[in-house]
Ligand binder design. Structure first.
Ligand code: TXA
Ligand code: MG
Length: 350
């Protein structure tokens, strides 16, 4: 299959390009498009066969449900059984935007979308290209991240092309994703909301609106026999580059020293070593491929670059990557959740 790639203005996307993409979606095809979090791989969310194609293209396990995206709020009501009071409050506060809500599903939503669950995850993206595309298609658009299953989510059209070229019908290139990490997922189908995946809308921001919430244990610890994530996708080894990623935690001076020691040990063994550094520390590492993920004082830069940098370590062919760790407050929770998953919770404390 040939994958057509079209570039659009992120603010004012060309109507005819979106109409062409919308026709593909309505006909059961696959179109990757930008959102404010990461690129999504779209298919008609009410067409079980189209959704099956998503699983094939991504190599995704079929028990991992898809998110349905909507282009305006009226798209919500036909696909859910009920909009709970907490859902209404979150919608008023944060939609359109980077938070996905889990709600009881309506009968029209195929089991292929929900992986057999009786709930459905719904997201209303704020990105202009995403919104206009979904509105033009006039259907709920199933849209998981547009990466090969297990790879870091794509934050640029080139990442999608690398993973899925030849397997999907179209890629809409609307420039880099602003936020760079997947949306927050909040289960509001239950009385006391549960945070299933941290993202740009933080726990603190949610609690200001609905009071105290629970956090799924799998957000902070390695999934195991006792800790089975409520978001099925969180159990998979996600976001991981080919290299073994090791997180080094402690006082920053000790971290720099420890990483430099590890770099020389591993290089002596003939390994290709990478270091994920920050603006603050980039000149202090020697003997490794050093990539800067962002600025410690501007966590949003780290969120925006994390997946791009993990992918770069693959291109470099790193065998092992040592990374600094970051403050878990606010949006740092999402950064550390993804980094922990990339590293399989593999730590050196110093
Ligand atoms: O930011 C995002 O949400 C991106 C953009 C493209 O919209 N999409 C995304 O989709 O991250 P995906 O499929 O990569 O991640 C969706 C997560 C998976 O972990 C899945 O298991 C979980 O949402 N999920 C989907 N439906 C669910 C449900 N009914 N209950 C619990 N978790 C659900
Ligand atoms: Mg994903």
């Amino acid at each position: 299959m040939e994958t057509k790639i079209i570039k659009v203005d992120p603010e004012r996307p060309d109507k005819s390009a979106l109409e062409e993409a919308a026709r593909i979606l309505r006909a059961g095809g696959l179109v990757a498009f930008p959102t404010e979090t990461v690129y999504g791989l779209g298919a008609n969310g009410l067409d079980a066969n189209a959704c099956k194609r998503i699983y094939e293209a991504k190599g995704r396990p079929s028990d991992n449900p898809l998110i349905l995206t909507i282009g305006d709020i009226s798209g919500l009501y036909p696909i859910v059984g009920r909009v709970t009071e907490n859902a209404e409050k979150i919608i008023d506060a944060f939609w359109p935007g980077p938070i996905t809500l889990v709600l009881p599903k309506a009968d029209c939503v195929p089991m292929e979308v929900t992986g057999g669950l009786d709930t459905v995850a719904v997201r209303f993206p704020s990105n202009a290209v995403a919104r206009e595309l979904i509105k033009t298609a006039g259907i709920p658009v199933a849209a998981p991240s547009a990466n090969s299953s297990g790879k870091p989510s794509p934050t640029r059209a080139s990442h999608v092309e690398f993973d899925l070229n030849g397997k999907i019908d179209m890629i809409i290139d609307g420039g880099p994703a602003d936020w760079g990490l997947e949306s927050t997922i909040l289960d509001v189908s239950v009385d006391r909301p549960v945070l299933l995946r941290p993202g740009a809308v933080t726990k603190e921001m949610i609690e200001e609106i609905v009071g105290e919430i629970d956090v799924d244990p799998a957000v902070y610890s390695k999934p195991s026999a006792d800790i089975v994530p409520k978001a099925p996708g969180m159990k998979y080894k996600h976001y991981s580059p080919a290299a073994k990623v090791i997180l080094v935690s402690g006082n920053l001076e000790n971290v720099v020293k420890t990483i430099n020691e590890k770099v020389s040990e591993d290089s002596a063994k003939g390994l290709k070593v990478g270091v994920m550094a920050t603006e603050q520390t980039k000149n202090r590492y020697t003997g490794a491929s050093v990539l800067v993920v962002g600025d410690r004082d501007k966590p949003e830069t780290i969120g925006a670059n994390l997946f791009k940098i993990l992918r770069k370590f693959d291109h470099i062919g790193a065998d092992v990557v040592y990374s600094e760790v970051f403050d878990e407050a606010g949006e740092g929770a999402a950064i550390m959740n993804r980094l922990n998953k990339a590293a399989g919770f593999n730590y050196i404390y110093c």
